[in-house]
Design a protein around this ligand. Structure first.
Ligand SMILES: [Zn+2]
Ligand SMILES: [Zn+2]
Ligand SMILES: [Zn+2]
Length: 303
């Protein structure tokens, strides 16, 4: 999803991860807390419930970020906004690394299941329902919210975690471009289902969510088409990306950083034929990494 980072305030920094909060969160928080308060005798529990929801969302996002870093990817930002949280993750362009970075989020909710079930069991055994009715309602609601978040996130609607997990799984047999193509097509179907659900339930929330998912899905579909085009270009088998191991296409698909003219660094030895600028790094069109030209040499890579 694409919340605007402008309009977000920086909350704190933990383990080098910056956590931001979008201004619209406050509007929704006021509304959402006001709907929760009547369930409790003391209104403070309504506030606590909403904050707990966001704590769970935050832990989920930290799951993505830590997993992404573990597999050697880059991730250092989380933005919380009314529709949940977004962790900006850039795992290495490999299906396994991507799968782990995405699956780690829902796994946090899975890890919370026994904790919350344990609390609910304790609540039942100790008879808190009579003694501390607010605590009882709180535990029950938080346990249900966690399960709800888990199921929603696992819907195979790209870019929800479920859709991205599907994509990473399809990546193994179908490759980077085609897996994204299939996942976004499945995403359109799922998104259409959400629109139907929004109408049937006359839910503005589901409607807004479906709109965001479908517009993101559409952009990813275009990205898949562009990736497929790149994939079909003729390649130079004597070179391979040190990161993703795919061979570079033959042709002027790179742009000189100095004179902006297109050129082929693999034909010219990373020297621009127009202006003579020497490029220390060459970008990989498949995974986006930037590495010195000599590290692309397959005879060195395989040695
Ligand atoms: Zn997630
Ligand atoms: Zn140049
Ligand atoms: Zn690459």
């Amino acid at each position: 999803m694409t919340p605007v980072k402008q309009g977000s305030i920086r909350l704190f920094r933990l383990w080098g991860i910056e956590v931001f909060l979008h201004w619209s969160w406050f509007l929704v928080a006021i509304y959402s807390i006001s709907t929760r308060v009547p369930k409790y005798q003391s209104p403070l529990w309504g506030v606590l419930e909403y904050l707990t929801l966001f704590l769970i969302v935050l832990m989920h996002e930290f799951g993505h970020v830590t997993a992404c870093r573990r597999v050697g990817g880059q991730s250092d930002e989380i933005v919380l906004w009314p529709l949940g949280g977004v962790a900006y993750v850039a795992p290495p362009s490999r299906p396994g690394a991507t799968l782990w970075s995405i699956a780690a989020g829902p796994l946090v909710n899975v890890a919370l299941l026994p904790v919350l079930i344990g609390l609910a069991y304790l609540d039942l055994r100790a008879g808190w329902r009579q003694q501390f009715p607010d605590l009882h309602t709180f535990i029950r609601t938080v346990a249900i919210m966690n399960v709800g978040l888990l199921f929603f996130n696992l819907l195979p609607v790209y870019p929800l975690d479920g859709g991205q997990i599907l994509r990473a799984l399809l990546w193994f047999p179908f490759g980077k471009a085609r897996s994204l193509m299939i996942a976004t097509v499945v995403g359109f179907l799922g998104g259409a289902g959400l629109v139907g659900l929004a109408v049937a339930q006359s839910s503005v929330w589901i409607g807004i969510m479906a709109f965001f998912l479908l517009s993101y899905c559409w952009r990813s579909f275009q990205q898949a088409r562009a990736l497929l085009k790149v994939e079909r270009l003729p390649r130079r088998p004597e070179f391979a990306c040190p990161d993703c191991r795919s061979s570079p296409p033959t042709g002027n698909y790179w742009r000189c950083k100095q004179c902006a003219q297109p050129f082929d660094p693999f034909a010219s030895g990373a020297v621009c034929p127009q202006c003579g600028a020497v490029h220390e790094v060459t970008f990989c069109p498949d995974c986006g990494c930037a590495r010195a030209l000599r590290s692309w040499d397959k005879s060195i890579l395989d040695a």
